[in-house]
Write a protein that binds this ligand. Structure first.
Ligand SMILES: Cc1cc2nc3c(=O)[nH]c(=O)nc-3n(C[C@H](O)[C@H](O)[C@H](O)COP(=O)(O)OP(=O)(O)OC[C@H]3O[C@@H](n4cnc5c(N)ncnc54)[C@H](O)[C@@H]3O)c2cc1C
Length: 377
């Protein structure tokens, strides 16, 4: 029996990070009935460098999603240091703004609610099933929701990737991510990327008088040394810049936020008719500093296509085909370049080479940055 239309949402969004929340804002603004499930409760900290590329600023302003009232930091310059402390600095072409996810995500959730989207927190989706022309989304045996469209915005790794049997989920990834908020006498407009053996650490200003310190490291040295603290002492602090930061900063959290299994493998933007957005569709290496911008841009593209489908301008197979094509055209090359650049990081020889390249040829560095960033939209 076909379910009653009154029980049917237009769109169910699974995951309330930037990708899911921008989709919720855009689709609710167009008048569609949207419900978003987020397994955690706002506000919460996530492992993220919290630097947002300015390529999305005009879009965020036009859609009322720019967090002006939270006073984001303005970042205009970039510094790269090698594992042994050689350093180069260049101005950023586009630059970016710094804002904690602790503030930005609830801000976007509140905007989406004010536009009519239902935002349900502490709600972990367990199953998604496509039945003929609609979806059933299950949180538990008694909590089943139906919709015409499901957007999967559940981030880089979720229980749903396992449920959907996605290929990347079976391969182990060698990376961990660690984040702190710190205070100290650091440059407000500079984003730094400090190399260390097996990884790199970003530092940049966010709101108030706080800075984000976030690093990506291979898991193997952590396993060998036993604790994050030992990893920092014995590996990160070999870079003199990191030694200085770790020894002079005030750490705001009692302990770091840590995640495991960060995969940069390719994924499909559509899986079992679920339209993936943000990291669930594909994740760019963090050193490019624009995963959030990509999640926002992918949500802008997707919600436009979903609007066309819901208003009868296209059918489901066209929607899926077109979105996959648009996604790959927009982001495929960026992801590839990001993966290649990441190979230049985390070793002494290559990180020194990268610093020399930046020093010798500013225009080459600008060209590389352009390949990993999109145009302002
Ligand atoms: C070390 C590191 C540093 C980074 N630094 C930067 C940076 O400086 N700038 C930048 O732009 N990007 C950075 N990124 C990337 C950025 O964090 C991501 O690209 C961005 O968060 C993607 O947003 P999203 O909405 O796709 O996913 P997320 O923000 O991860 O949101 C996904 C949400 O889905 C929820 N969820 C998962 N499963 C379920 C379920 N079953 N039911 C309900 N909810 C569910 C999760 O709780 C989560 O809230 C970094 C990433 C890493 C790992």
């Amino acid at each position: 029996m076909k379910p009653d239309k009154r029980d049917m949402y237009d769109v169910i969004i699974v995951g309330g990070g930037v990708g899911g929340l921008i989709n919720a804002n855009l689709l609710a603004s167009k008048g569609w009935q949207v419900i978003l499930f987020e397994k955690k409760s706002y506000p919460f900290h996530r492992v993220c460098g919290e630097y947002v590329s300015n390529e999305v600023v005009s879009f965020l302003k036009q859609t009322g999603c720019y967090p002006e009232e939270l006073y984001p930091a303005q970042i205009t310059r970039f510094q790269l240091t090698s594992t042994n402390g050689k350093s180069a600095e260049i101005p950023l072409d586009l630059g970016g703004f710094g804002i904690s996810r602790y503030s930005f995500d609830p801000f976007l959730a509140a905007q989406a609610s004010s536009r009519g989207a239902e935002i349900i927190e502490n709600a972990s989706v367990q199953h998604i099933q496509f039945i003929k022309d609609y979806f059933e989304v299950k949180l538990s045996k008694d909590a089943v929701y139906r919709s015409r469209v499901v957007i999967g915005a559940f981030g880089k790794r979720s229980n749903l990737d396992s449920f959907l049997n996605r290929r990347f989920f079976k391969k182990r990834s060698p990376y961990i991510g660690v984040k702190y908020h710190i205070r100290g006498d650091f440059d407000n407009n500079l984003i730094c990327l400090h190399n260390f053996h097996g990884g790199y650490c970003g530092i940049s200003k966010i709101e108030d008088d706080t800075f984000n310190l976030c690093y990506l490291s291979l898991r193997a040295p952590l396993k060998k040394l036993g604790t994050v603290h030992k990893l920092e002492e014995e590996i990160l602090m070999q870079n003199p810049f990191l030694y200085h930061i770790f020894n002079t900063a005030t750490f705001v959290f009692d302990k770091p936020v840590v995640i495991n299994e960060i995969s940069f493998a390719t994924k499909d933007p559509v899986c079992d008719h679920i339209l993936m957005s943000g990291d669930a569709a594909g994740m760019i290496t963090p050193l490019c500093g624009n995963g959030m911008a990509m999640a926002i841009h992918s949500a802008a593209i997707l919600s436009e296509q979903v609007h066309r489908f819901l208003s009868g301008q296209t059918n489901r197979s066209d929607l899926e085909y077109r979105y996959s094509l648009l996604w790959r055209n927009k982001f495929g090359l960026r992801l590839l370049v990001g993966r290649q650049i990441q190979n230049l990081f985390g070793t002494s020889v290559l990180s020194n080479l990268a610093v020399s390249l930046i020093k010798k040829s500013g225009s080459l560095s600008e060209w590389i940055m352009k390949q990993t960033h999109g145009k302002s939209f």
